[in-house]
Design a protein around this ligand. Sequence first.
Ligand SMILES: *Cc1c(COP(=O)(O)O)cnc(C)c1O
Length: 394
Amino acid sequence: MVPLFDLREQHEALGEELNAAFQRVFTSGRYILGGEVEAFEQSMADYLGVRHAIGVSSGTDALLLALMALDIGPGDEVLCPAFTFFATAGSVARLGATPVWVDVCPVCYNIDVQAAEAKVRPQTKAIMPVHLFGQAADMDSVQTLADRYNLAVVEDAAQAVGAKYRGKAVGGIGDFGALSFFPTKNLGAFGDAGMLLTNEDVLVVKARQLRVHGMEPKYFHAMVGGNFRIDSLQAALLAAKLPHLDTYTAKRRENADYYTDTLRQHPRIAVAKPEDCCCPIAQPSHPVEGEAAIILPVAYPHNEHVWNQYTIRVRGKGQRQALRDFLADRKVGAEIYYPLSLDKQACFKDTSKGNFGLDTSHILADEVLSIPIFPELGEARRTEVAEAILAFLG
Ligand SMILES: *Cc1c(COP(=O)(O)O)cnc(C)c1O
C-alpha cells in the first residue's frame, strides 16, 4: 500500500518544534497577524531572496490580493493557462475581469508564451504564469512579452515554493507571486494559509492595506479590501517547518530521479524531450512522442524543479483509467491533476475568452496522472509504485 500523500510522518518527526511553536502562540494571546507572522514573513523573504513577503489566508487569496492591488477589474483581460488549478483563473473572474485561455506546453506543462502573444488585446492587463507541479515557467519569455505589451506579471507559485528559474526563486520574478501553504503543497500548514511576494515597495504597501479591508489608519477605509489575514498559529508552525524545506525538496527530487531512471528502462516509456518544449531552449514545435505508452516529466537544467507532483502522461484511449484502476487494485495512490481544462469548466462557459488553440491542454487533461512523490515516501514504497507501473505495461 502506498498513499498518494501522507503528512503524519513529517509532522511526527517535528513534534517538539511544532509543539514549541504552538505553546508560544498559546501563551502569547495573539492569534492573528502579530510578531509570529512578521517573523515568518521575514524568514520567507530571506529564504527566497524576495524583498517583501505578506502572509495571507490562502494561496487563492494571495492571487486575488495581487490582482486587486493591480486594479484588475471589469473590462480587463488576463492571460491564464487553460491547464492549471482552478484558483488561477477563479481569482480573475471573481474581480469581474475575464480570463483568456492560453495553451500550455506538452513537455514542461506551463504556459506557452508564444501562444499567449497571439491572444494579447488592448484590454489585456496581466499574464499569470503558473509554475505547475513545481517547475518554473519560462519567465524570460513571460517578462519579454509583458514588457512589450505593458502587462503585469502575477506568478502562481502555489506548487513551487523554493523552485528556481535561472537561479531566481519563483514568485519573486514578476510584479507579484503567490504561494500556497495548503497541507499538500511542499511547505504545508495545518490548515489554509498562503503568501504574497513582491519586490515593489509601492505595491507592497497597497497589498498590506488590502489584506485588512483596505484599512489605514484603523477604521478608515480609502479602498475596499478583504480579510486576507493569516493566523499567528499557522505562521508559527510554518516557521518551524521552513528550516526543513530544503531537505523535503531534496527527497522529492530523489524520488523523481528514481522514477525517471527506473521507468525509462522500459521500451514503451520515454522521457519528455526538452527539444519539444515551448521554451526557447528549443524549437516551439509540439510533436507527440513516437510509440511511447507513458511519457515521463523532465526537469530542465536551468530550473530547480521542486516536484510538488511527478506527473506522467499515459497515452492511448482509456489507458490512463486502466492504469489508475490497476494502481488502485494494488492500493497505490494516484490522482489526476487536472481532469478538465479550465476552458471547459461550466462556470466559465459564458465569461471566458480565448477558446481556441488549446489542443495540448485538452490532451493533457486526458492523459496526466500524478503518482506518490512526498518526501517521506522512501525506497520501499517508491519501488512498489514503479514496479506496479512496469507490471501494468507487462
Ligand atoms: C493550491 C493552488 C492554488 C490555491 O492555493 P490555496 O492555498 O489552496 O488557496 C492556486 N494555484 C495553484 C496552481 C495551486 O496548486
